[in-house]
Write a protein that binds this ligand. Structure first.
Ligand code: ARG
Length: 572
């Protein structure tokens, strides 16, 4: 990939400039268009020490390097830049070799022996996952895959919301209304729906009988004290919820290495409070234990309420220390909505005040909200919250009807509709800057020709169909150089794949990768439309080289889309 070219140029430029080759490597960049070559070296850093104008420096360097670098066909000084163009066949071979070497790990960096814990999805037990959790899930999975591509050792962690007074309420409601008595909820047939219904009904009933709240709290106390009957119920609720979540995770192609809910930290929080106290950071305020921040830059972080109860923040401070100290992670990443911005700023600041130098490696990967233009009946059916499952099902239905129109004879229509429908939702989410709110538009998400997941899938399917039609083995070597502007552009773009992964991870923005993949699709489409591939009128060697290019596109898009968590069908 492009690193290979940078490695090739940097020592040569180092030789004539005297600058260290590592610095040159970092300065080398990809010019905007292919007309400016494959790599550009900005000479501005030299201007000061040489006391010369950048264009002059570029011209002098050009003369010194001309004809001195193997496989470079052209060196041009342009303003303050020195632009390098490589031989076509040389580049095509690099691309083709890299892809055949490791199609699954294309563009991956070597292991860097650093550990990252990524906390993502993390829904609250007994409730259906909301659209917010959809974002936390798919952005999290993509960031996780990106981290792996950068050589990190990654633990994907699901920090289930599995503790809190709502479990007391649920247990109370279950014992009162369900357990052995009325059996009015379908716990056997549809356990998750039954659980959620119980939750909804309890809250409705509270409006009429405020005493119920108190009873729920008392039942939670019993859970906190380890009462076996309530603990058993709590475990059942947990299992029912996990079964439901796992079904969705499977559909979304999402995996965790560890499920470690909030309850895991119950017996570890006292130690955290002690530590904070020892550092003289803890103060009393209206009976609560809090940490104040300098100059009131933020509201204080409450760690213990006046009744002695711990809070969400107490658990997050505790869990961060655990992830660093016990799990050995140097980097902690949290994929959670932007509405929890203050919470994470407080938690990270408390860690910093506690003297943890690694607090600077804690990152809140925030994302905006979804706004739906048209959810039809959905948005009102179950109150204000939009559930992930409803969105996925609607998307699969729509994909099915599009496929029915476009390709009614397709085999495995159900499976393809699921891949396309789910892929459309994931890609639509990931292709937009995560921090912004998403204006969700069904037509756009499912537009087979627009900037959508189905469009990338369709490009892959198109490649596969060309290769199938040819039906024979294609040599990895490109037989003849490809020289049309479309082909050269495509090759150059694909060589930048590893860089797209790196930039995407550095910014924790899967949208970079998604936009890059769309660029590759567009470049492929213009190549495909302008050049003949399987045409007996063209030379067989040219056909083979072009087919190899198609194979490279197919591999790269499949792998890149996979990093975003989207699968691609064979046909669609
Ligand atoms: N369960 C929380 C929610 O649904 C998200 C948890 C995010 N992770 C964390 N470490 N706080 O809002």
């Amino acid at each position: 990939m492009v690193e290979f070219l940078k490695n090739l140029l940097s020592p040569k430029i180092a030789e004539v400039t005297g600058i260290e080759k590592g610095i040159i490597y970092d300065l080398l960049e990809s010019p905007k268009t292919i007309e400016h070559g494959h790599l550009a070296f900005p000479v501005f850093t030299l201007a000061k020490s040489l006391k010369k104008a950048p264009p002059l420096i570029a011209q002098e360097l050009q003369k010194k390097l001309e004809n001195k670098i193997q496989n470079v066909t052209d060196i041009k000084a342009m303003g303050g830049y020195l632009n390098f163009t490589f031989q076509d066949q040389f580049l095509q071979e690099i691309l083709s070799n890299k892809i055949s070497e490791s199609p699954q790990k294309l563009g991956f960096q070597k292991p860097n022996h650093q550990k990252v814990v990524i906390d993502y999805s993390s829904p609250n037990v007994a409730k259906p996952m909301s659209i917010g959790h959809l974002r936390a899930t798919v952005i999290g999975q993509a960031v996780r895959n990106l981290a792996e591509s950068q050589g990190y050792e990654v633990t994907g962690l699901n920090y289930l919301g599995d503790w809190g007074v709502q479990f007391g309420k649920l247990a109370y409601a279950y014992l009162e209304w369900e357990g052995g008595k009325a059996n009015q909820y379908p716990f056997k047939e549809k356990p998750f729906e039954a659980l959620f219904q119980l939750y909804v009904d309890f809250h409705k009933a509270c409006e009429e009988d405020p005493e119920l709240e108190k009873k729920g709290s008392l039942t939670f106390r019993r859970l906190e004290e380890g009462d076996p009957e309530i603990t058993k119920l709590w475990k059942i609720f947990l299992e029912i919820s996990l079964n439901e979540y796992n079904r969705i995770y499977q559909q979304l192609n999402v995996k965790f290495d560890l499920i470690q809910g909030e309850s895991f930290y119950n017996d570890k929080m006292e130690q955290t409070i002690e530590l904070i106290k020892k550092k003289s950071l803890l103060e009393e305020s209206d009976g609560a234990q809090v940490v104040f921040f300098k100059d009131d830059e933020m509201p204080p972080c409450i760690l213990k309420k006046s009744d002695g109860a711990t809070l969400y923040a107490t658990r997050d401070v505790t869990s961060a220390i655990y992830r660093h100290d016990k799990m050995g992670a140097q980097h902690l990443i949290y994929v959670v909505g932007v509405d929890q911005n203050l919470h994470f700023r407080q938690v990270f600041k408390v860690l910093e005040l506690m003297g943890y130098e690694w607090a600077k490696n804690c990152h809140h990967i925030a994302f905006g909200m979804y706004r739906f233009k048209d959810m039809g009946k959905m948005s009102t059916r179950r109150g204000k919250v939009i559930f992930m499952d409803d969105v996925l099902n609607k998307s699969i239905e729509l994909a099915k009807s599009i496929i029915e129109q476009k390709n009614p004879d397709l085999e495995n229509k159900e499976k393809v509709a699921e891949q396309v429908g789910v892929g459309a939702i994931i890609f639509n989410d990931l292709s937009q800057d995560r921090i912004k709110d998403v204006d969700f538009d069904w037509d756009r998400a499912l537009d087979f020709e627009g900037d959508s997941g189905p469009y990338v899938q369709y490009s892959i399917v198109r490649c596969k169909s060309i290769l199938r039609k040819f039906g024979r083995e294609i040599p990895a070597k490109m037989e003849v150089p490809l020289t049309s502007p479309q082909e050269r552009h495509l090759v150059r773009l694909m060589l930048n794949y590893s860089e797209a992964l790196t930039i995407s991870y550095k910014n924790f923005k899967p949208s970079f990768l998604a936009q890059y993949l769309l660029d590759v699709c567009r470049a492929f489409s213009s190549f495909y439309q302008s050049q003949k591939i399987l045409d007996p009128a063209i030379d067989e060697k040219l056909t083979l080289s072009r087919l190899r290019l198609v194979q490279c596109v197919e591999s790269l898009l499949t792998q890149g889309l996979g990093i975003l968590g989207v699968q691609s069908p064979e046909k669609m």
